[in-house]
Structure formats: structure tokens, C-alpha cells
Design a protein around this ligand. Sequence first.
Ligand code: F6R
Length: 233
Amino acid sequence: MIANLEVCDTPETVAHRAADIIEATTRAKPDASLLIATGNTPMLTYAELARRDLDMSRVCAVQLDDYLGIDDEDPRSLYGWLQRSFVEPLGVTRVLRFDPLAPDPQLACEQYAQAVRKLGGIDLAVLGLGPNGHLGFNEPPSNASAPTRSVTLSEASLRSNASYWRGKDVPKSALTAGMDVILAARVRLLLVTGAHKRDILRRVLSEPVTPEVPASYLREGSLTVVADREAAC
Ligand code: F6R
């Protein structure tokens, strides 16, 4: 399967195009389940969506990942980031989230996976690309059937996440939607911007599919990549 690669001039035009895709999904299915990444890349997209006259009150925002052991009041909470960037500006009222304080993380992951199944799966996954090819926090090596689980963050992820929380430690473990959940999404949208993602995007799109680059599995189904020129050329 060849990924549909759309190259836009700038991160802002990536955001417009991505917002068009998300808007079309939610207009066609107002109660769509959307798997939502945080991180820097999709922020312009969520801001663009918030500028549009959309009724997102019935969609279900499904959290892609969170740090383990971090409460909601902690500035590093990815749930907090999801709330500020997506849920609140868009008036979303349904959220399926991880419990980062669960005494039994494995059980919390099973409950999350079961709740996703009860939703009927994911209609649209909005994903960023880790510098090491991770999706959510499915770190290399992760194969296509890797389940929702707690993980130890790789050195590459600790480094890239450090830029989010200047002066604070990056939590060393996380809960992530499994590759199985991500790959079963009916529409997969991968957003990639910046020259620092050029090499990993090339590996995702052009090198053999491998657990060493978890995002490469996206090519085995239908995939839309929206990238800016810096990342794609
Ligand atoms: C965030 C997430 C991560 C990021 C990825 C890219 O919820 O799941 O996989 O999407 O690390 O991060 P940015 O966009 O900051 O380069």
C-alpha cells in the first residue's frame, strides 16, 4: 500500500489541510471517535480547528498516551495538554483517557483498550511522528500487534520530550495506546513538520516496514501523511 503523501509549503498550510480532514470526518460522523496526539506538531491544526465554526460536542477524544504517575495538576500532564489544546477550545464533551495514577497500570491499559472496543474502534487517528519513528509511545522495537501498555521511554523520546518541559524532568515511563489500536483506526493521519523529521519520514515511507520504525507499519493500511516541505523534501 502506498501512503498518500501531501506536501504543503509550511506548518500553517499543513494545519489547514489536516483541519480539513478532521472537519470532514466530524461533519460526516458527528459522534466520531478521534485518537488525538499531543506534542508540538498538531498544535497548529487544533488551533485552526478552533477557529472554524464546528460543533465537536459529540465527538469522543481518545487520548493517545500519557506519562505514568503524573497527576492532572502537574504541568507535564499530557491529559492537561489535551484539555488545553483540543478538548476545551473545541467544546468536546466526551473524552476517553488513561488513568496515569492507576495502582495497576496493566489493568488500566486493559480497561482503556476495552473502552476503545466499546466505542467501536477509532474513526480517525491524528498522529505525530517521533524522532525515532515512535507512534504514541510505542517505542522501537514495537510490532503491529503491540498492545496498549505501560512502557519505558527511550533516550530519544526523553530528549525530544525535554523540550516540552524546560527545567523539569521528563517522566521515564508512560501509558500508550497500542499499535493494534492505532493501526485499526479507519483513517490514519500522520502530521510531520520540520527538517529534523526529514530522515525519519523517509525511513517511514521508503524503507522496509520494521519494528525498529513503528510508524512504518502505517503503510500497511490506508494512510494520509501531511508534511511540510522541510520534512518531505
Ligand atoms: C504525543 C505523542 C508522540 C508525538 C511525537 C512527535 O501524544 O504521542 O508520539 O506525536 O513524539 O512529537 P512532536 O510533534 O512534538 O514532534
